[in-house]
Design a protein around this ligand. Sequence first.
Ligand SMILES: CCc1ncnc2c1ncn2[C@@H]1O[C@H](/C=C/CNC(=O)c2cc(-c3ccc(F)cc3)cc(O)c2O)[C@@H](O)[C@H]1O
Ligand SMILES: [Mg+2]
Length: 214
Amino acid sequence: TQSTRPQRILGAVQQNATRGDPRSVVRAIDQYCRSQEWAMNVGDEKGCILDSVVSEVNPSTVLELGTYCGYSTVRIASLLPPHAKLITLEFNPKFAVIARQVIAWAGLEDKIQLVEGSSGDLIPKLKEQFGVKAFDLVFLDHWKDRYLPDTKLIEECGLLRKGGVLLADNVICPGAPEYLEFVRSSPRYESQYFKSHLEYTKVEDGLEKSVFLG
Ligand SMILES: CCc1ncnc2c1ncn2[C@@H]1O[C@H](/C=C/CNC(=O)c2cc(-c3ccc(F)cc3)cc(O)c2O)[C@@H](O)[C@H]1O
Ligand SMILES: [Mg+2]
């Protein structure tokens, strides 16, 4: 039977990456998606910007919206300090199954909690169910029309600490215009655009980093 793209991405990891070596998992996915078939991972070019923001924030708790195959999940978690935790939300069970295996191959199960469900349902439960006080960093990379409603929900639930950072992928391509307008015009955020390219292409895209001022 025909395999799916996420299954082929997992295969590339299992064939080319070293168990327990997160950076080799990241490299294997990038090499596969650049040479065999494109996939919507944040990718190597924007991934370097992601790395620099993660290193700068040095977060204890991270929230990722939209796991897909776990590429950015592994990339972020590989940079976290020893007791830091990353919670990633994914509502497609087929993607979650693949992402769990990619995370396991990287040996990052102890740092990452993948929760299946839609962000709108799960965000209000994160405090009580997962003992989260507030996030230092939120990486938005799920449906682009969910960036703004979920940001408002995260604020309402008091899940973003003062100085906490929102980092959004794809603010140019496919684009998240309402989100961009909101974070750039709101006095409660200090936003900065990092120009880059759509993963594995020469098309313009970028990340928007927004610091929550409280
Ligand atoms: C309901 C809330 C909610 N709750 C929980 N999980 C959710 C969710 N909404 C979505 N998910 C999961 O997140 C992932 C979706 C990610 C969506 N990402 C893009 O669409 C995208 C597209 C391009 C591009 C495509 C084609 C082009 F031509 C150009 C660019 C490039 C990119 O980097 C992109 O991120 C999947 O795993 C969903 O199951
Ligand atoms: Mg993306």
